[in-house]
Design a binder for this molecule. Structure first.
Ligand code: ADP
Ligand code: MG
Length: 410
């Protein structure tokens, strides 16, 4: 059995941890079986193949794996009820389902394939498999189709950016060579554009429910060469953990987020100090959560707004919250307007903002933003944009103007 060129590239690569994102029918499972056998050629190895469930492990790989090992005359004992094969050299390959993590505990592992990893719980990797690989310095291959940027497989895919023993690949279905162009063209007609790109082009599509749906890493990340720091516009969200701020400079119609502040277990006073420390010479205009007008967080009884004003900042906020939906729309419209122009850019160093934009989602099937983890930086970033560039409802006579709308622009 010969591997295709991209399969060969992956198989021959020396990295300990490999992440393969590929389209349907690329040959992911085929490559998985090859890798299992390759690692089992060395005596006394303990090798796992893991996928979402025991049932699908059995359906997808049991027969071809067994056939392969029998053809090679390597198999010594086949255990049908446990889906494991012991080889003459003492190595064992076992198929496992991720739905039963306890069945995976125990042995020290030599190698492991996690197929369709988007369907597998990340804790299984971090808490069970990764530790089991430690004493033998075992390797792993993660393989599957992408499932949006909210899924942990996207984090794994990007692990190579900061960890030396990780390497990632991304291949389209057509690169595999097992599906004809005609078949792919037919699939393209049947599927919506996003599903097609995900399933056949292995693209990490922005999740259906992503709040900042117009954000594009390619098009909205930009560094301003020489930002004019005389006036800074700073969106801010008050919490204790995290306290967040998005620092912008305005250039004509364009807003550039040049910095971010993200502090755990902190407060408004510390935020004000941090901003003054970073930008001692700038005029600071804050666009905080309107709730800070009344909210008292300090022992002295000062409101968040008072604290900011006392720090020498100007504070701009509507008297009450605008509709969240409108704030989301105005932020997205700056990211990309309906005529395709982008007015909002984020510096690549604002990593937490970028991650928040990609991960902050609606609750499944709803228009309710899923608060908790990724909302804070989005809120900070969008309070400012919404204040400066509000969606003007009154231009559309079909829309009822809510009472809450209509704070005066400063
Ligand atoms: N190197 C190869 N040699 C021969 N057939 C292959 C090879 N790689 C994949 N195939 C075949 O292509 C088809 C798709 O492969 P599969 O591994 O099931 O894809 P995926 O898991 O990516 O959907 C299968 O019929 C498989 O047997
Ligand atoms: Mg497969």
């Amino acid at each position: 059995m010969k591997l295709s060129d991209p399969q060969t590239l992956i198989a021959n690569d020396p990295h300990r941890f490999k992440v393969v994102i590929a389209g349907r029918r690329f040959g992911k499972t085929f490559l998985s079986i090859r890798q299992l056998c390759y690692h089992a050629r060395i005596p006394n190895k303990e090798i796992f193949y893991i996928t979402s469930s025991y049932r699908s492990a059995k359906m997808i790989v049991w027969k071809p794996l067994k056939r392969r090992l029998l053809d090679l005359r390597w198999a010594a004992k086949v255990n049908e009820s446990e889906l494991s094969i012991t080889l003459k050299n003492g190595s064992t390959i076992s198929l496992k389902g991720a739905e039963n993590p306890d069945s995976l505990r125990g042995p020290s592992l030599s190698y492991c394939v996690i197929d369709e990893m988007a369907e597998v719980d990340p804790e299984l990797w971090y808490e069970v498999i990764r530790p089991a690989l430690a004493d033998q310095q075992g390797g792993a291959m993660f393989i599957g189709t992408p499932k949006g940027k909210g899924n942990w497989s996207y984090d794994l895919f990007r692990q190579e950016e900061h960890l030396n023993d990780w390497k990632s690949w991304q291949f389209k279905t057509i690169d595999g060579g097992w599906v004809t162009e005609e078949e792919i063209a037919a699939a393209r007609q049947e599927l919506d554009a996003r599903t097609y790109r995900q399933e056949f082009e292995a693209s990490f599509e922005t999740f259906e429910g992503v709040v900042a749906y117009n954000f594009s890493r390619e098009l909205n990340i930009k560094t301003l060469a020489a930002p004019d720091l005389r006036t800074l516009h700073i969106g801010m969200d008050f919490n204790t953990s995290p306290v967040t701020a998005a620092v912008y400079v305005q250039q004509g119609k364009e807003m550039y987020q040049i910095d971010e502040v993200h502090m755990l277990n902190s407060n408004t006073a510390e935020m004000a100090q941090e901003i003054s420390r970073r930008y001692p010479k700038s005029q600071i205009i804050c666009y905080p959560d309107p709730a800070g007008q009344q909210r008292k967080t300090s022992a002295s009884g000062a409101t968040d707004f008072t604290i900011l004003r006392n720090a020498g900042f100007e504070v701009r906020a509507p008297r009450a919250h605008n509709l969240v939906r409108d704030r989301i729309n105005s932020y997205n419209a700056r990211l990309c307007s309906s005529d395709g122009i982008r007015h909002l850019f984020i510096d690549a160093k604002c990593k937490y903002t970028i991650e928040s934009l990609e991960k902050f989602c609606y609750k499944e099937g709803t228009q309710v933003p899923d608060k908790g983890q990724w909302d804070h930086m989005f809120d900070a970033a969008s309070y400012c944009i919404d204040y400066l560039f509000p969606i003007k409802r009154d231009r559309d006579p079909n829309l009822i103007q809510p009472q809450r709308w209509g704070h005066a622009l400063a």
